[in-house]
Design a binder for this molecule. Sequence first.
Ligand code: MN
Length: 432
Amino acid sequence: MSAYLIPAADASFIDVPADHPFPIQHLPYGVFRPRTDAEPRVGVAIGDQVVDLAALANEGLFDHEALAPDVHPFRADTLNAFMALGQPAWRATRSTLHHLLREDTPTLRDNASLRTRVLHPQDDVSMLLPAAVGDYTDFYSSREHATNIGTMFRGPENALKPNWLHLPVGYHGRASSVIVSETPVHRPCGQRKPDDDAPPTYGASQLLDFELEMGFYVGTGNALGTPIRAADAESHIFGLSLVNDWSARDIQKWEYVPLGPFLGKSFATTVSPWITPLDALEPFRTDGPDQDPEPLDYLQPNDHANFDIKLEVQLQTPELDTPYTISQTNFNYMYWSMRQQLAHHTVNGCNVRPGDLMASGTISGPTEDSYGSMLELAWRGTKPIQLPDGSERSFLHDGDRVVMRGWAQGDGFRIGLGTVSGTVQPAQPLDA
Ligand code: MN
């Protein structure tokens, strides 16, 4: 089945500037409260408005046969029920919203009372975590990132481990600490061992970092024991979200042998409140990097499996008036595609479920200004990032704010992934 494409020439009766992240071609999903005392419900962003899908359903404006009326997927505090309905329901909903929001459809455009019931200014609502994330998996799929990290810790000759070019390396992350953008992040405490010749100590991480990643949410899952084929994998993907996989490098360095990341990662992972449907990104497909050696059959086909999405990271220290851009890169640099990640994740029969979050791993480009972590940008503290006020950073200080953005540039419109922001709060150490 082909993607539900909204033509570049289409416009909404809601005014959307050409560089706005949420034109009619986008229609990202989120969960919001219109007022602090109201029940959460599913919404879709267009311009600076949120469309209340529960209210639209109440007005009888959805084709309920496609949407399983007994499920009430929009009168919900997560998107999981809607995700579980599958691609035909997602596309039917996208088609209905496209029709209702077009400039030549009078239903909402000419009915002020109806508009009051179903449209809310984004400034007036609070956004919630969009899904109940049952499982969170983090991959390590940027060749540039893996090469940089390997070079720093093992030297350029042994930068990539022997498995890296044969499979998308990943680990099981922590779902309970996946948080929505703007949630404060406390500097974690734990064991660090800065001196090789001294025993470890307990305390606040001194090497707090971000990781710029793209995540995807599983829509429909698979039965235990039944792998998802690469050719079918994208029909299981509900949509994409930016991810900041906060990382405490000192805790990580001491703990990670031999089983991988643990407390250096599990204290917080920030996601966007908006999930971009895969169909909205269809015009931005591209081929990824050449894969050599040829991946095994179960990781094929992989044609046109990458997406041209520009990414940037901004840092705002307490002393800076405005955020300063410290990295610009692109999602199309990823060596292993989302399709391959999901095929690999399930090839052993592992079941994935609606709302599961799979993140790409840090997205680094080939140049020094396109790296997706401070560890790389400041090259392990040897080349601190220079800020416009003359100060510098190798890792995050308390009060520092990290802002991540991404967008695909279309012909006269832009698909902007929701912003992922977070500010570092002081550590909360155990009482002595
Ligand atoms: Mn990560």
